[in-house]
Design a protein around this ligand. Structure first.
Ligand SMILES: [Zn+2]
Length: 348
């Protein structure tokens, strides 16, 4: 299936569900298959079964295909190969540096360039190195909330690179790589933002002083089911809502704005998306109202987005009574007021 089709993800999901149908211990999201088993022996069997299913449908692991990838002859095919590499870029350390001799061929090339690639020793070595890299992609670690992070950076004449690692008892584990050629790097500076970990002590203290929470706890007819629970990695108990499938801490008044900023400032989504993200993890009364008003007043959002379109009232126009009679009306405005008017209707 080609990369980049707008409904490729949906088609793939349908297909992979068909492949794994009737197995009740897996969860699949795009190209990740999670297998949950009760013990090690079952897990080994489940993994074998899933691999067997993939094999039955002739699904092979990408690395094998990449290892046999033929050296592209035209600039167009080389671009395709680099496109595949780009897809896995975050797993490839020093990608820009290694790919530099290949990127040289794309300079001043057209989209569908059928020119032949004039391979030289340096480029052939870069091509083979790229293939090896893809076949042995660095396994990225799953981020741990307690681990300290370290950002390692490197720069050369060709590129800039960085890798984000977490420090564990087994040493450094990579969470992601990013690198760029300089011009590109400077045009896309992106910040690494992480959700600050919650200080549960502070959270519990603030909850104790929260009048709204007190009222909720004494009320009998409310939808939230509040219960004191101990959070992972902490000895303090905090009030959480257990009415949904996820346990959501009840956010006291003083911390609501911080919670909003921590979630909203990651990517500045709109009102609905922000509310969805926050309500999955936290709860408080009037949260939708707060989120709506904070999102609407977010300055970075206002600078780059159109928050609402002007709703003009419908005008009344005489309906043409014969065929080929048209009424065209342009409305220009708002203009500086002139004799109390600031719109200019122009009909013809
Ligand atoms: Zn915003």
């Amino acid at each position: 299936m080609p990369f980049g089709l707008c409904n490729a993800a949906q088609t793939w999901m349908r297909f992979i569900h068909e492949v794994l149908r009737s197995l009740d211990y897996y969860f699949v999201y795009l190209d990740d298959i999670l297998i949950a088993s009760t013990d090690t022996n079952f897990h080994k069997k489940h993994v074998r079964d899933v691999l067997q299913r993939l094999d039955d449908y002739s699904l092979t692991i990408n690395a094998k295909l990449i290892a046999n990838y033929k050296q592209p002859t035209t600039v167009r095919n080389l671009r395709k190969f680099l496109g595949i590499l780009n897809f896995y870029r975050k797993f490839l350390p020093k990608a820009a540096h290694i790919q530099a001799p290949l990127q040289e061929f794309l300079k001043n090339s057209k989209k569908n360039d059928k020119r032949e690639v004039e391979w030289n020793v340096e480029a052939i070595s870069a091509f083979n190195q790229c293939k090896n890299q893809l076949a042995n992609v660095t396994l990225l670690a799953h981020p741990s909330q307690d681990a300290d992070l370290t950002l390692m950076t490197d720069a050369s004449d060709i590129g800039l690179g960085a890798s984000l690692n977490e420090i564990t008892s087994d040493g450094f584990k990579p969470l992601g790589h990013c690198d760029n050629v300089p011009a590109d790097a400077f045009s896309r500076i992106s910040a690494i933002v992480t959700l600050s970990t919650i200080d549960y002590e502070e959270f519990a203290q603030m909850q104790q002083g929260d009048d709204e929470l007190k009222a909720l706890l004494s009320a009998t007819n409310q939808t939230l089911q509040l219960k004191q629970l101990r959070m992972p990695g902490s000895t303090t108990e905090i009030y959480c809502d257990i009415s949904t499938s996820t346990v959501r801490p009840y956010v006291p008044h003083a911390l609501r704005r911080n919670v909003f900023l921590a979630v909203h400032n990651l990517s500045h989504p709109g009102i609905r998306a922000t509310a969805k993200l926050i309500s999955k993890r936290f709860v408080w009364t009037s949260m939708n109202k707060d989120i709506q008003s904070w999102t609407c007043s977010c300055i970075p959002c206002q600078r780059v987005k159109i928050q609402r379109h002007t709703n003009s009232e419908l005008g009344h126009f005489k309906v043409p009574d014969a065929r080929f009679h048209h009424l065209h009306l342009d409305i220009i405005g708002p203009l500086p007021p002139s004799q109390g008017f600031f719109l200019l209707p122009y009909g013809h």
